[in-house]
Design a protein around this ligand. Structure first.
Ligand SMILES: *[C@@H]1O[C@H](CO)[C@@H](O)[C@H](O)[C@H]1NC(C)=O
Ligand SMILES: *[C@@H]1O[C@H](CO)[C@@H](O)[C@H](O)[C@H]1NC(C)=O
Ligand SMILES: *[C@@H]1O[C@H](CO)[C@@H](O)[C@H](O)[C@H]1NC(C)=O
Ligand SMILES: *[C@@H]1O[C@H](CO)[C@@H](O)[C@H](O)[C@H]1NC(C)=O
Ligand SMILES: *[C@@H]1O[C@H](CO)[C@@H](O)[C@H](O)[C@H]1NC(C)=O
Length: 376
């Protein structure tokens, strides 16, 4: 770390889970994670026995044709994903995830705005899922930013559900699962999610209750994926927008272990702790870990945070949890900690969907943001 010693580093890892389910789902538990090829984590190395569902990310939306596509680079890995992960766990289910944080959100908004383009999206997504052996589809549109976009999102989901039901009916195959990754609150900066359409159409949603602090958007350090916010009665729904925060600022650093978005994996953090004799602290008030050595400060989730969050999810009657992302774990340690602390729960304990939707919680720690900070 000597090359960066003049400035402090901040790493936030958010390997979270969250999940919500819809009462229509026959699913009793979801223990899931995302995998993506850029992580360079071999699919064969995923210990799929620790999961019920795995998301393969990402397929793309073609903004000209409104069809879902898999890039030629990703095609070989995506088309064998299901059979590969099912070798260790024949009952694991896979979902093809569409979009992602860097996808063109204007294209999603445009596609969802009229029936013809919605149909192109839906029909191509179903074809792609079937031809590549996936059991379901996941939409990661970040984010719908107006009331109109939210309404169209709801219509898209309803159309999608009808289409997968009809397809299953006509092919005799099990219906494709439908999921979506959504903001951690049903209120996206004053724009409300179409919760009824979401509940009626999807098997579950993945709440992205992380990235609360990160070097790319925060000006102070803080827990990246806290379960509780003592300043706001237990949730982050009213968190100040990053540009309202002050006191210190970040400057990006680079290094072999740091990805372009400024994140590093949990395995790298373990190595940092060992190599630098870093002090590790579990903060039970927020439920999050951090470590520091010299001028470096890293926020992340370790076993204890994950176990606490997974138990929270179970106690609140949530369907399960997910993490972003499986390739950032360290010998499956966090995935094992999460999996062993969430056992099947009884059905019939579901609360009102939108109550659950408002809960922000996350569990794992896999996304990290590794940046430097200088005090002002
Ligand atoms: C996968 O995890 C299970 C459960 O912890 C463990 O028993 C098994 O040995 C692991 N498999 C591999 C290949 O690491
Ligand atoms: C994003 O999508 C919009 C709407 O379809 C399109 O006009 C625009 O060219 C796309 N941007 C990029 C960078 O592809
Ligand atoms: C299922 O298929 C049958 C026969 O093909 C048809 O009569 C029925 O309307 C279909 N149901 C749905 C929900 O598509
Ligand atoms: C834990 O987090 C709370 C809330 O941010 C903070 O007030 C407290 O100082 C933290 N404790 C430790 C040991 O970092
Ligand atoms: C976390 O738990 C896993 C198994 O549950 C274990 O292998 C690993 O050593 C633990 N990590 C730490 C840092 O305690």
């Amino acid at each position: 770390m000597s090359s960066i010693s003049p400035i402090s580093l901040i790493v936030s890892i958010t390997f979270f889970f969250s999940l919500l389910l819809c009462s229509s789902s026959a699913q009793t538990v979801v223990k899931a994670s995302y995998w993506f090829p850029e992580s360079e984590f071999p699919v064969t190395d995923i210990n799929s026995t620790l999961f019920t569902h795995l998301f393969c990310a990402f397929a793309d939306l073609n903004s000209q044709t409104n069809q879902v596509t898999i890039s030629s680079t990703n095609q070989p890995k995506f088309s064998t994903f299901t059979q590969t992960v099912q070798r260790k766990n024949p009952s694991v289910k896979t979902l093809l995830s569409i979009g992602g944080g860097i996808a063109n959100k204007t294209a999603f908004a445009s596609m969802a705005s009229n029936p013809t383009s919605r149909k192109s999206f839906i029909d191509s997504s179903i074809r792609l899922a079937r031809s590549n052996g996936f059991h379901g589809l996941d939409l990661d549109w970040e984010y719908q930013s107006s009331a109109t976009e939210m309404r169209n999102f709801g219509t898209l989901l309803s159309d999608w559900r009808s289409a997968v039901v009809a397809e299953a009916n006509s092919t005799g195959m099990p219906r494709l699962l439908l999921a979506a990754a959504v903001f951690y609150s049903n209120n996206y900066y004053s724009v409300l999610y179409p919760v009824l359409a979401v509940a009626a159409s999807l098997d579950w949603i993945n709440l992205m209750a992380y990235d609360f602090y990160g070097p790319g958007w925060s000006r102070v350090t803080g827990p990246p994926a806290a379960l509780y916010d003592p300043s706001n009665a237990g949730n982050y729904n009213k968190r100040t927008k990053p540009n309202k925060l002050a006191h210190s600022y970040y400057a990006a650093t680079t290094g072999a272990a740091i990805s372009p978005d400024g994140s590093i994996g949990y395995g790298q953090i373990r190595k940092f702790i060992v190599d630098n004799g870093a002090t590790t602290v579990y903060n039970s008030t927020v439920v999050g870990d951090y470590c520091y050595a010299g001028t470096t400060w890293i926020g992340y989730d370790d076993n204890q945070s994950i176990v606490t969050k997974v138990r929270y999810a179970k106690q609140r009657g949530l369907l399960g949890y997910f993490s972003w992302h499986v390739g950032a774990d360290d010998n499956s340690g966090l995935s094992r900690a999460g999996s062993s602390s969430y056992h099947r729960h009884k059905r019939g304990i579901l609360r009102r969907w939108d109550d659950r939707f408002k809960m922000s919680f996350k569990v794992t720690t896999l996304r990290t943001n590794y940046k430097s900070r200088r005090n002002t």
